[in-house]
Design a protein around this ligand. Structure first.
Ligand code: C2E
Ligand code: MG
Ligand code: MG
Length: 582
């Protein structure tokens, strides 16, 4: 080292422990240590265990007793000793501070690196001292970089409440994949069941405590071999080894979770979970994992409380089928591939057609596709609403055309999905279609099904009232299946009650059977409430007899006709009745 540099150092430290004697550490070894320290602390594949080993090696080579690095957010924190302090090496004898480098960064953060020696330690040469000085500076720049990385990491991989987020999860999947450990692991996406209700019952703050405790429970079970992350709200992702599968599934299926340990308050928490057991050696990527757990979760969410659904390839096919329908639907609508088939409603006393129901069919590639193959799919989005309005428009056009030909009018009912209920303009939109086609309101009937929530019930009530005021009739469809409540018919001013075919007695049901008794009472109830009663799915002469016995005179079913293409229906309508058939 040049003389003036040594002098500078001497000036800088004025330390009696520095002499101009020969170096303690051979200069080639010192250079190698410094080089390795720089390379290691700047490498992208930083490994903390190796770093600690290197610091240890430096301390041992220079006969140091202790090496400490410190980080403080600012000098105030430093004064109070509130920071991150790492002791990378300590043989317990380091009583004398040999060197302490301290830097205040532009951000105000304070970075310190210090080394200590014991009383008996050998005196160092200027050059040793200089090399250690350089090494401490490298360590300081490294601490600041690590800290910066941690701050960035905190922002990128954790949410505002400190839960690891979806990016954390994806990084974990990539790590597992790159290290060849993804195959055999189990990935899960889950939503807590009914958490909105839990929040309402116990309050948001307690709700947060429940989430935290539930999360901790799973985190503890999963351990270091996997991870659990929060997607947001009550949605989570986790990946874990098969060894803990049973424990995780048990927690997901439902456990009591404490939210106030002082008074031992607990609430039951369960999840709707999509599980994917990742096959070994199948080259599965993180994207495959994400796709498959989401597919399984969607299936789980449609099931009851605490449903745990394991992914299988069949689900993917179903999902692709769904996607194809959703894609082809727009095109089909534009090409007018949807048509109405009409099923007559018949007065069983006079055998006259008193009305019809417009039922949708999709003419796709020459095949007549029945609604159960596409309506449930369209109901997953609001596509169904566009279809319903299209069918209403088609029905109105047919009625207008029929009237214009000088025929008598027959009332036509159109099905409207529950999906419409949140549309505040539904009533206006229906009236607009009917009026634009210049169809008398009394020839249109809207069939709606029962609802499941209070909010939907209120919307339903508002819409039925509005339609009634506009002179358009309404029918409650499929009465008897699902969650029909008596409130539905007591509080909403329907015109018609359509009894679902599962409620209609079969030929083999004798007069004492529960089905016969229930049917009799439901019909009586409808009549008492002033509702017109239409029985769906009437297939046999015996069923017609049962209807007659119960003074229920309107039937719709295969006994008279299946839903007919428009031309066939028109032919039947011109005959006006079924006297020729019965
Ligand atoms: P829905 O409104 O209850 O219609 C009655 C269903 O019962 C029709 O099935 C009809 O063909 C069937 N059916 C009638 N009589 C009998 C019978 O005697 N025996 C048997 N086994 N079945 C009978 P379809 O046409 O397949 O329609 C099924 C469901 O699809 C409809 O049930 C309705 O919920 C829905 N749907 C049809 N078209 C539309 C539409 O344009 N919009 C909406 N939102 N839903 C529609
Ligand atoms: Mg219907
Ligand atoms: Mg029905």
């Amino acid at each position: 080292m040049a003389k003036n540099q040594l002098n500078e150092l001497y000036e800088k430290y004025r330390d009696p422990r520095i002499t101009e004697k020969e170096c303690l550490v051979d200069s080639a070894i010192a250079t190698d240590l410094l080089k390795r320290l720089v390379e290691h602390t700047h490498s992208a594949n930083f490994n903390s265990a190796e770093y600690a080993k290197l610091v240890q090696e430096i301390c041992l080579t220079y006969h140091l007793s202790k090496g400490v690095s410190e980080f403080y957010q600012n000098v105030g924190f430093e004064r109070r000793g509130e920071g991150e302090i790492f002791c990378d090496f300590d043989d317990g004898k380091g009583t004398i501070l040999l060197l302490r480098n301290r830097i205040i960064a532009n951000s105000g953060a304070v970075l310190v690196a210090s080394i200590y020696v014991s009383e008996e330690a050998e005196v160092l040469s200027m050059e040793d001292y200089h090399n250690l000085d350089l090494m401490l500076n490298v360590i300081i720049s490294f601490i600041s970089r690590r800290r910066l990385q941690r701050v960035v990491e905190q922002y990128i991989f954790f949410d505002e409440n400190g839960y690891p987020n979806v990016r954390y999860y994806l990084r974990e999947l990539i790590r597992l994949q790159e290290s060849g450990r993804l195959g055999g692991m189990i990935a899960v996406n889950f939503d807590l069941h009914n958490f909105a209700v839990i929040n309402m019952d116990i309050g948001r703050e307690n709700g947060n405590a429940v989430i935290q405790n539930y999360f901790n429970m799973l985190e503890e079970v999963i351990g270091d071999a996997g991870c659990i992350c929060r997607l947001g709200g009550d949605k989570f992702l986790c990946v874990f080894s098969p060894a803990v599968k049973d424990d995780v599934i048990r927690i997901l299926s439902g456990v009591a979770v404490a939210y106030d340990e002082n008074i031992d308050r607990k609430v039951k928490v369960s999840a709707a979970a999509g599980v994917y057991v990742i096959p070994e050696n199948a080259g599965v990527t993180k994207d495959n994992v994400m796709e498959r757990i989401m597919i399984a979760t969607n299936v789980a969410k449609k099931q009851d409380e605490g449903a745990i659904v394991f992914y299988d390839d069949q689900m993917k096919e179903t999902r692709e089928h769904v996607k194809t329908i959703q894609q082809k639907f727009r095109e089909g609508l534009a090409k007018r591939e949807f048509v109405i088939y009409c099923q007559p409603k018949v007065d069983i006393d006079t055998l006259e057609i008193i009305g019809t129901e417009a039922l949708c069919r999709w003419i796709y590639n020459g095949r007549v596709v029945p609604p159960n193959e596409f309506i449930p799919v369209l109901e997953q989005t609001t596509d169904i609403c566009d279809l319903d309005f299209y069918i209403l428009d088609e029905a109105c056009k047919s009625i207008r055309h029929y009237l214009d030909e000088g025929n008598f009018g027959v009332r036509c009912s159109v099905n409207f999905s529950r999906k419409h209920l949140t549309n505040p303009d539904l009533l206006e939109n229906i009236l607009k279609v009917v009026d634009e086609n210049n169809v008398p309101h009394n020839l249109i009937e809207i069939e709606l099904t029962e609802t499941t929530t209070d909010a939907q019930f209120r919307d339903l009530k508002r819409i039925v009232n509005g339609l009634k005021a506009a002179g358009i009739r309404t029918a409650v469809d499929d009465f008897g299946i699902g969650y029909s409540s008596l409130n539905l018919i007591r509080e909403i001013p329907w015109d018609v009650l359509k009894i679902d075919r599962c409620f209609v007695p079969k030929d083999e049901d004798d007069a004492d059977s529960t089905t016969r008794k229930m049917f009799c009472h439901v019909v009586a109830l409808a009549h008492d409430m002033g509702l017109e009663c239409v029985v769906e799915g009437v297939e046999t002469a015996k069923q017609i007899e049962i209807l007659r016995e119960n003074h229920c005179n309107i039937a719709q079913g295969f006994y008279f006709d299946k839903p007919l293409p428009k031309a066939e229906f028109k032919a039947r309508l011109t005959k006006k009745n079924y006297k020729d058939r019965v």
